[in-house]
Write a protein that binds this ligand. Sequence first.
Ligand SMILES: N[C@@H](CCC(=O)N[C@@H](CS)C(=O)NCC(=O)O)C(=O)O
Length: 242
Amino acid sequence: MTLKLYIGNPNYSSWSMRAGVLLRAFGIAHDEILIRIDGFDANSTFKTEVNQIGATGTVPFLIDTSVQDGHDQSLIITDTLSIVEYIAETFADHAIWPKDRAMRAKARNLCAEMHSGFGALRQHCMMNIGPDLSRAGALIWRDHAAVRRDVARIETAWADMLALSGGPYLAGDFSALDAYFAPVVMRLKYYSLPVTGESQTYMNRIFKHPAIEDWVGGAVTSAEFLDFEEPFRLSTDDPEPV
Ligand SMILES: N[C@@H](CCC(=O)N[C@@H](CS)C(=O)NCC(=O)O)C(=O)O
């Protein structure tokens, strides 16, 4: 296999999920290599392994062993949005971005907004696939106006895309945009944040997509409890001591 996707723990690593879901959704053959997250300190095993392979300290990263990078080494791509673009360019026969130019521009725009934005939602509702975090979610929703603003903006953007494309996914057929928002869907669902009926319908559809089912199934079965990833629980036995 020439494509190797290095990922973090699938229940926690939202960026890994984007790339992993995209490759699954389009049936793109690849090896997936887990780098267990044991912390993000400079001397953590995680950082040591990532740096040894030549990446830049974060997951996911993609290595294409069939392409040299100019230093006689396999090409390595260390940013999720760049991974999406590389996959879209390499597998141009797949509609990884929408075929329509305006729709494609809007999809890219929204992915970029996701890539650099929604900081409050990301900070307070760290992705955690599996547990029921509704009690924590209710308190976060009550106490953090910025989280409510992030969710409102996401719902407006989703409604706009679904109205323009006609669905069933954000830009029509399943695209990079849906892969990009999959971790947001996970956050909204597992923290039980209040959303409109239209958003809920979209979220249900996402959960039924085979690529998401595959990722979520793997995330749940392989989940190991890491306390620094879960400010709400002391262990898997604890509900949510917020
Ligand atoms: N901008 C990067 C962000 C990737 C990222 O932050 N990944 C997390 C795991 S989900 C990570 O590796 N964090 C390590 C750290 O923050 O030191 C991307 O698009 O891939």
